[in-house]
Design a protein around this ligand. Sequence first.
Ligand code: SAH
Ligand code: SF4
Ligand code: F3S
Length: 478
Amino acid sequence: MNKDYSKYFEPSLKDARKRIEKETENISFTLEEKYIGIGIGLTYLIKTYGCQGNLADSEKIAGILDLLGFQEIDDESKADVLIFNTCCIRANAENRIYGELGRLKGLKKERPEMLICLCGCMPQEEVTIELLKNKYKQVDIIFGTHNIHMLPSYIYEAYQTRKRILEVYSMEGNIVEGVPIKRAHEKKAWVDIMYGCDEFCTYCIVPYTRGKERSRLPKDIINETIQLVKDGYIEITLLGQNVNAYQVKVENGNYTFANLLEDLAKTGIQRIRYTTSHPKDLDKATMDVMAKYPNIMPHLHLPVQSGSNQILKKMNRKYTKEQYLEKVNYLKSLIPDLALTTDIIVGFPGETDDDFKETLDLVEKAQFEGAYTFIYSPREGTPAAKFTNQVDPIISKERLLLLNKYINDGFARGNKRFEGETVEVLVEGFSAKNPQLLTGYTKHNKLVNFVGSKELIGNLVNVKIEKAYTWHLKGKII
Ligand code: SAH
Ligand code: SF4
Ligand code: F3S
């Protein structure tokens, strides 16, 4: 053991895979008195990578740092505490972060008093810890996804001892309520409803980095939403790696995702979205609730991953192409104008040309209006990384390009159907590309640009769509 570490808890993928029957504990965030004010006069910057789960976690980290007295800034070179909230879903996600860390060596030499912290999913992997120990000595504090709430103690100790702190747990994970949240938006909020994942899709690292599936209590989620409505929020997005697995035992059975969705729709929040859904667990009750309440948005992100049953089986997805389409068709029978988006992986081990054709066929049949498409990236510790018939990267790349053509056509078609229609837009701000234009999203999650004044930001407005482009719509406010 390296004696330079004042705290020392290393991750273990083997432990992270374990799921023992242990009741999830609900614990409350508390702040010890000695930590109060440790950030006064100091600044911080958080860099966030990966999924919405990480965006939501970063809002908690910011909430904690504000509580300690730190001030948020956007100049990395001046930050006293610089935090990387990381993602390891694919190799390229990790490589980007290593690039950034490498770049910081010089800055840390110039300003040795600054604290560089690495958290999120990367430190949950053993390989990351090895690399950090040997190559990235500029990182001062390393913690994982299970112990964000302990950040005050890590910063305090780092300042006191000037030693590297490494504390990453591979346990199943608890639920921590009451962590302060500094929300990035004033009208749109993330609301965590469950943590972790028990699906173990054979390609995926998330069940190892986020621990076991565990659901927040309904009252905590409902109260958070009621407060958001009071605070003037218009839109919430419910978050979890598999929101359809949301479940809490109650006296007379189980309280499910459909129950939660319905109770939240009744809070009066104007727009509800949720992500991510698992096709196996998306049930009829949930789809019925979606159709029943106009404040649940007519957009569903339903990752399919592949259209080949052979590949779906090897991925451990537990549904077939036909079952996927059946669910989609049922939902479309209830909500005919539904916008459907998905995630697809190409080049999964053993994927043949015929398997890929099945994926293209599914894309046609499901009429996706957008997708995140990826080349399979082996993740150490996952079963698929050991599968023997890995696909030639050149072939994977060709498949990705062809798939993207299909997906882009769907994107354009999905936008085209709104030409001439009047749509409701939640105005987010001025477009980064063209500061003359306001920008926001419709109920169907389509991006709209239009001319308008600053006062409209944060409001719901009606826009008549004049022209559809592949990636956005253009219209006039009415
Ligand atoms: N829980 C969500 C999101 C998981 S991560 C879900 O089940 O869909 C987001 C997406 O990344 C996945 O849907 C999948 O398409 C992709 N992904 C996950 N692991 C991957 C890997 N090893 N290689 C390539 N893409 C991957
Ligand atoms: Fe990963 Fe599958 Fe869980 Fe999604 S459902 S996080 S892809 S293991
Ligand atoms: Fe990445 Fe972790 Fe999310 S690996 S996609 S940040 S759960």
